[in-house]
Design a protein around this ligand. Structure first.
Ligand SMILES: C[C@H](N)C(=O)N[C@@H](Cc1c[nH]cn1)C(=O)O
Ligand code: ZN
Ligand code: ZN
Length: 516
């Protein structure tokens, strides 16, 4: 009955993909694990044998602080691109190109700042084989030891006690990205013919909105990317900590800043406090008018853009393997806004959310600096979902900020703007790629994967689908408690090693699959 429900959801949603599907994948396919078993019997032990080398490559990559959101670290992002190019070269990839994307558009402090290059390369060019493009990002989120890390964030620590690899980028996304290189190495050293032609597209701006990549993909669709049959992205996480998943949906992300400016320079609060209008005081009031403590977005017009939940969709969430306890464990707290699994998953996957991230220009360090900041920018983002329109949303956000500020009657000035936007994406999880990945999961993990959506965003996903006219599969490597974007980010060694096997097995199953 549940299978019928899923099929109905897909067939009735016409061009629109299903909102959410929670059952395991049905693999009615001609692919036979038995014919591939002799290959896996050679491949998997080789992956195990190369584990120390794979960890060592990840260690070298993590040591480069490629923080795309920090302008001063841009040379490090470029250094990491070059490091990857040299790794690709030593593995026998060809046609390696570091594609330049021009200068970073405003808002930016250095108006001549070059965007980091996109690393394109090929492994194999056999016309008899399918071509799979693998996308990953080599940039990372900012991290400082003082944030609360147990060890230096840009040193990969092999934690024997927990059997994890700790360091910024271990799970998001340096570990999974390097996984694709390791798959090639394991094939070479095991003497196994690589099942597909591989193209890499590794970018260095994902954590900052994938600036410039859309244009590159549109340009290369009929050039470098010509003949791509499928796109695979390993850049998200299992829902929990035990069960592997395949992911068929992402929320989008519109990132904003609202800047309040007043005095020419920061001022002494003893000299000017009480006699001038303080930008920070205005800003906190504008920010507090965006969302309430229950997570309700206070901007008029947003709820109306969200696709309504159908009765059928509600049933889907019941089947998912997830609990409030797992959420509490992953957040390290009991601060959840919802208690039921359905509410938690719907608010993570299919409703928008607004998060306030920080304030640029404000005092934030230790001690007690008595300053009145002259200009402060509040940063916040809205995770978007079907059927929200990015331009309409931005208009609502900017109008809302301007109205909130006007109510204050302040002599300061206020400017709200979009920094970047990335689209949401929902796909059909029963195509050839997902079936191949489900078979691979059964071989590697011995279970059928759950089908999940992701609350986070990978801005370029929809662009690949539209420009290359291919399906996209999200094949996560890490677990839901990996701490991506947080302190002590980690990747379990077992996820790293099994994830590499999974990537390899998926490529073999997909190569055998009768359809594209
Ligand atoms: C899911 C992916 N690994 C990720 O972390 N994506 C970022 C991308 C982003 C940054 N700004 C806007 N999108 C995320 O979801 O925050
Ligand atoms: Zn990330
Ligand atoms: Zn990522």
């Amino acid at each position: 009955m549940f299978v019928n429900l899923i099929n109905k959801l897909i067939s009735t949603s016409a061009k629109k993909p299903p909102q959410s599907i929670a059952r395991t994948v049905s693999t009615t396919t001609t692919m036979s694990p038995a014919t591939l078993q002799p290959i896996f019997d050679k491949l998997f032990p080789k992956v195990e044998e190369l584990k120390p080398d794979f960890i060592n490559v990840l260690k070298q990559a993590v040591e480069i602080p490629a923080v795309s959101g920090d302008e001063s670290l841009r040379p490090m992002v470029v250094k990491k691109a070059k490091f990857l190019a040299s790794q690709l070269e030593s593995l026998g990839f060809h046609d390696i190109q570091l594609k330049e994307l021009g200068t970073q558009p405003p808002p930016v402090n250095n108006t001549h700042l070059q965007l980091p290059p996109v690393v394109l390369s090929r492994y194999g060019s056999d016309p008899a084989k399918k071509t799979v493009l693998v996308y990953g990002h080599y940039d990372v989120q900012p991290a400082q030891r003082e944030d609360g890390w147990d060890t230096e964030p840009f040193e990969l620590v092999v934690d024997e006690a927990t059997q994890t690899l700790r360091g910024r980028g271990s799970t998001d996304d340096t570990g999974p990205l390097t996984g694709w290189l390791h798959v090639v190495r394991a094939h070479k050293e095991a003497g196994i013919d690589f099942p597909v032609n591989l193209i890499t597209c590794f970018e260095g701006m994902e954590e900052s909105g994938s600036l410039g990549l859309e244009e590159l993909i549109a340009k290369e669709a009929s050039n470098y990317f010509k003949g791509v049959d499928a796109v695979c992205i390993s850049d998200n996480y299992w829902l929990g900590t035990k069960k592997p998943v395949l992911t068929y949906g992402l929320r989008g992300c519109n990132y904003y800043q609202v800047t309040v400016s007043g005095p020419k320079a920061d001022l002494h609060s003893g000299v000017f406090g009480g006699i001038i209008a303080e930008p920070m005081v205005d800003l906190v009031q504008v920010l507090s008018g965006l969302v309430d403590s229950k997570g309700k977005i206070l901007i008029d017009g947003i709820d109306e853009m969200v696709a309504p939940v159908t009765e059928k969709e509600k049933e889907i969430y019941e089947k998912i393997d997830f609990s409030l306890e797992e959420l509490n464990e992953a957040s390290g707290s009991n601060t959840a806004l919802y208690t039921s699994k359905e509410d938690i998953l719907m608010h993570r996957w299919r409703y928008p959310s607004l998060s306030v991230h920080g304030v640029e220009g404000a005092f934030y360090g230790q001690g007690a600096k008595t300053v009145i900041p002259a200009k402060v920018s509040g940063k916040f983002s809205i995770r978007t979902v079907p059927d929200m329109d990015s331009e309409k949303l931005t208009k609502l956000v900017v109008d809302h900020c301007n109205k909130s500020f006007a109510k204050l009657g302040s002599p300061n000035t206020c400017h709200a703007e979009l920094i970047h936007d990335g689209a949401y994406w929902v796909s059909d999880p029963f195509n050839a790629q997902f079936s191949a990945a489900a078979e691979a999961t059964k071989v590697v993990y011995g279970v059928e994967p759950d089908l999940t959506r992701e609350g986070g965003s990978i801005p370029i996903t929809l662009t690949f689908e539209q420009e290359l006219k291919t399906s996209v599969l999200l094949l996560p490597m890490g677990r839901g408690d990996d701490g991506a974007h947080s302190i002590n980010e980690k990747l379990d060694i077992s996820n790293f090693i099994n994830g590499i096997k999974l990537m390899g097995a998926y490529l073999h199953f997909y190569a055998q699959s009768p359809e594209n």
